[in-house]
Write a protein that binds this ligand. Sequence first.
Ligand code: GUN
Ligand code: FE
Length: 437
Amino acid sequence: PVTAAIRGRLLSFTRAPAGPGDLDCLTYHEDGLLLVGADGRIAAVGSWEELRGQVPEGVTVDDHGGRLVLPGFIDTHIHFPQTQVIGSYGTQLLDWLEKYTFIEEQKYADPAHAAANAAFFLDELLRNGTTTAVVYGSVHPQSVDALFAEAEARGAGLIAGKVMMDRHAPAALTDTAESGYRDSKALIERWHGQGRQRYAVTPRFAITSTAAQLEAAGALLREHPGVHMQTHLSENTDEIAEVRRLFPAARDYTDVYDRFGLLGPTSLFGHCIHLSEAEMARLSESGSVAVFCPTSNLFIGSGLFDLDALSAGRRPVRTALATDVGGGTSYSMLRTAAEAYKVLQLRRRNLPALAALHWMTRGNAEALGMAGEIGSLEPGRWADLVVLDSHATPAMNHRMETVDGDLEEELFIQVTLGDDRSVAATYLRGRSSHLRQ
Ligand code: GUN
Ligand code: FE
């Protein structure tokens, strides 16, 4: 049975655009209707005229008029315990971790603190139109319990994991190779496949894990096919030098992870800024994903992601786009795409609006191996939606006066000027989960 009906300008991608002007990568209904089944999945998508007769008696149509309705945004790298680290002044990666992050993350030993922040975190994701996120918890398993519980209660699907960290961090923030393994395993058994939740084995990065812990992370992946892996790779030049010192036998930073079986199609590597040819070739060959975190890379001063080098024809590396809050400075995937555009401009490359919006939705879903579940408006996918208002701010409204019905130009204005203010509503499983005041 149809339990919800949403009317608006429905826009979804069937594939990546070949370039600007390639509107054939879209399905677009100027006056569209999306029907949701009792299971929270999309039952039908089409024009208002074609589908209006299928709205059952007693179901009110949510009419969004001239607003755009897209698949909810997907954030592929974000830190739950950094909601009060975002916007911390003056440092680059290693000092930033010590001075701000490792102080704040200690608070997540307290389940009440974790629960309160889980509510804030989900509120903020939804306010920004993000309906799925891949999340780093703190080292404490209770932080991940709090996060998954909050997500499941709201109907959101997260991919999350407790950070594994057994050295080079304050004592209050370290586990051991054994306890990190045991706690991660218990979380996988508790949460992976529970409702919409999925687990990601999460060794923080090579500096904070011993070889024994990376070995344990590899064992967790082998023992639990289908769980994801997330970590940081080649973000900052001082970090890279330290990894070389700590793992002298490894060929390069990527090889540190490779040796322990951490590369593969369900592995997400945050940043990937300073990679060698050999490293990119290994990421490509293994099907691993390089995650572009533009606001973070700019804010912490890490460097410019080289999409051209990573996408090079012979050995393309799969890529995803993410906020990386709290190194990143915005929860908004629109703001994130706008900063991605600027980074690519400095690399003498463009990011068309179609490519940016595809990346935030279907592209990120494909990077997670979840395109059958999320990222597009197709029957059978979860009815996770974002409603975008192209007249949300004076600047957008004024600029829109010159657009004259050009969809691609409107989308570029959304990507360039849009943020949480242009998110008029967010839906999870066909239910309104955020409505702009
Ligand atoms: N590398 C290791 N930990 C972190 C983190 O929390 N944020 C970022 N941006 N990089 C990291
Ligand atoms: Fe990060």
